[in-house]
Design a protein around this ligand. Structure first.
Ligand code: FPP
Length: 249
């Protein structure tokens, strides 16, 4: 066994398998800085980032974490240079094309958080295909946040709810948090227990604003292209050292 494998196994042995988070959400940040440090184009950072997507999806699946949410593209990311947007879309298509068979075989259900109607045709069709093919899978939910914005999700949820009140499907006085949850992209899913943000940044960037009310945040200084299985294990160990009180004592 290599030194790396020994390290990873030592970390794994420190994780309490009975107290794993049900839902882990990750802001995949730092691809650009990772590339710059190596004098590479930003797109090389995104490419390496996809390798970590594969690795972390597999590691989370092996642990038996039932919900994993990855922030792949925000509603604000449309402001990036066209070349970078094109690369991100191309990488998504490549990822789905190459990994779909394996993901499906591993009983992974792919869900998209975000409005896919605004995506270019190719990624839109590839995403639809992946969602359709995996819709009956139930080992792990892989949520890909794509063209996602937390405020946008809440505002659109309110609009749909108002429509349902107007049509009489929902009674105003019966609206509560449980009812409202059904108007979010994460309907029927538990809120994230753990949110991880690598790259040293400590902000939420419009991610899952409603859902993270009681989520534990773990920040890591490594960039996303370096966020490997060992880093995931370290984050889980830190999460398990926290005392969650949900507002109680
Ligand atoms: C943030 O790094 C990362 C993104 C905006 C894109 C994340 C996308 C991928 C890892 C690839 C595609 C996803 C899937 C699911 C296949 P940044 O560019 O903001 O880095 P910086 O802050 O260092 O500039």
């Amino acid at each position: 066994m290599s030194r790396d494998e020994i390290n990873t196994n030592t970390l794994l042995s420190k994780i309490d398998m009975d107290k794993l988070p049900k839902h882990v959400a990750i802001i995949m940040d730092g691809n650009g800085r990772w590339a710059r440090k190596r004098l590479l184009p930003r797109t090389a950072g995104h490419r390496e980032g996809v390798e970590r997507v594969k690795e972390i999806v597999e590691a989370a699946g092996n642990l038996g974490i039932p919900y994993l949410t990855l922030y792949a593209f925000s509603t604000e990311n449309w402001g990036r240079p066209k070349e970078e947007i094109d690369t991100l879309m191309k990488l998504l298509v490549e990822y789905l094309k190459k990994e779909l068979t394996t993901l499906h075989k591993n009983n992974v259900k792919i869900n998209i958080l975000g409005n896919i109607d605004d995506l270019p045709a190719l990624p839109r069709e590839e995403v639809k295909k992946a969602v359709e093919k995996t819709k009956n899978n139930d080992k792990m939910n892989l949520n890909i946040a794509l063209n996602y914005g937390g405020r946008n999700e809440i505002v659109n949820g309110i609009k749909s709810l108002i429509k349902d009140v107007r049509s009489g499907d929902v009674i105003l006085d019966e609206i509560n948090e449980e009812v409202f949850k059904n108007y979010l992209f994460t309907r029927n899913q538990p809120d994230p227990d753990l949110l991880i943000r690598p790259s040293g940044e400590k902000r939420l960037s419009n991610f899952l604003l409603y859902q993270v009310a009681y989520t534990e945040f773990v920040f890591s200084d490594v960039y996303w292209p370096e966020f490997n299985t060992e880093q995931l294990y370290k984050s889980l160990i830190e999460y398990q050292s926290r005392k969650r009180r949900f507002g109680g004592i």
